[in-house]
Design a protein. Structure first.
Length: 213
C-alpha cells in the first residue's frame, strides 16, 4: 500500500511531522493498526537498523528516525490496546551501577522499540538488584545491561549471579553490551548474549522474544 510505503520512507528521512500526518491519514482511512505499525513504522525502522549496521547511516539519523517513529506510534498506542495488538515481548534495560553513560543504551532502546518490543528503561547507575526486581515484576524476557567503562563491567557479573540467586535465570536471558564488553567477557560471567552494536542487540532481543512467545 503506497500510503504505508510513504510512512516508511518519511520515517527513514526523519520527517516526524509528515509521518504523524500520514499515520493519522492511514487511521482515518481505516487501515488496520497492526498493518500501519508493521508495514509503515517498523518497516522504516528496520531499514534504518540495517543501514546503521552497515555504516550507511549514523547515530544522528537513527535518533531522528526514532523520533519520527515515536510520534507515529503515539497516535497508534490507544488504538493498539483496543485492537488487541500486543508488544512482541518485554525487556528491561539500563546502564550498570557506577556508569552514567546513556547514549548507547538509548540507541539500543530505540532500536528494540523499532522491533515492536516493550522496553522498560531503568536509566543509568542501575544496581544489580533493580534489574532483577523489575524483570520479576514485569515478566521481562530479557535483562539488558550496558557498560562503557572497564571499571563498571564487573557489575554485569553481579547481575548474572543475582538472577541465579533469585531463581529467574532459567526464565530471563541476560544481554550485555558496550564499548569495552566482548564475547569472551560474556562467556566468562555466564551472560547469555553479547552484541557489538545497537541494531544487532535489537535483532537478538526480537529473536529471543519470539522464541519465548
Amino acid at each position: 500500500m503506497r500510503l504505508l510505503e510513504e510512512i516508511s520512507e518519511n520515517l527513514q528521512k526523519g520527517k516526524a511531522k509528515v509521518v504523524k500526518e500520514l499515520v493519522q491519514q492511514a487511521i482515518d482511512e481505516g487501515v488496520p493498526v497492526r498493518q500501519i505499525l508493521d508495514e509503515g513504522l517498523l518497516d522504516g525502522m528496520n531499514v534504518i537498523g540495517e543501514k546503521f549496521k552497515n555504516n550507511e547511516v549514523f547515530v544522528p539519523e537513527v535518533l531522528v528516525a526514532a523520533r519520527a517513529m515515536n510520534m507515529g506510534a503515539a497516535l497508534l498506542k490507544p488504538l493498539m490496546a483496543e485492537a488487541g495488538v500486543e508488544a512482541c515481548g518485554k525487556v528491561c534495560i539500563g546502564t550498570v551501577k557506577g556508569d552514567l553513560h546513556d547514549i548507547g543504551k538509548n540507541l539500543v532502546k530505540m532500536m528494540m522499540e523499532g522491533k515492536g518490543i516493550e522496553v522498560i528503561d531503568l536509566g543509568t547507575d542501575v544496581p544489580p538488584e533493580r534489574y532483577i526486581e523489575v524483570a520479576q515484576q514485569e515478566g521481562c524476557q530479557a535483562i539488558c545491561c550496558s557498560a562503557l567503562l572497564t571499571t563498571t563491567m564487573g557489575v554485569m557479573g553481579d547481575v548474572v549471579r543475582q538472577a541465579e540467586a533469585a531463581g529467574i535465570r532459567g526464565k530471563v536471558k541476560i544481554m550485555i553490551g558496550g564499548a569495552p564488553v566482548t564475547q569472551a567477557f560474556c562467556d566468562q560471567i555466564g551472560a547469555d548474549i553479547y552484541t557489538a552494536d545497537a541494531a544487532s542487540a535489537a535483532d537478538a532481543a526480537a529473536a529471543l522474544c519470539r522464541a519465548a512467545g
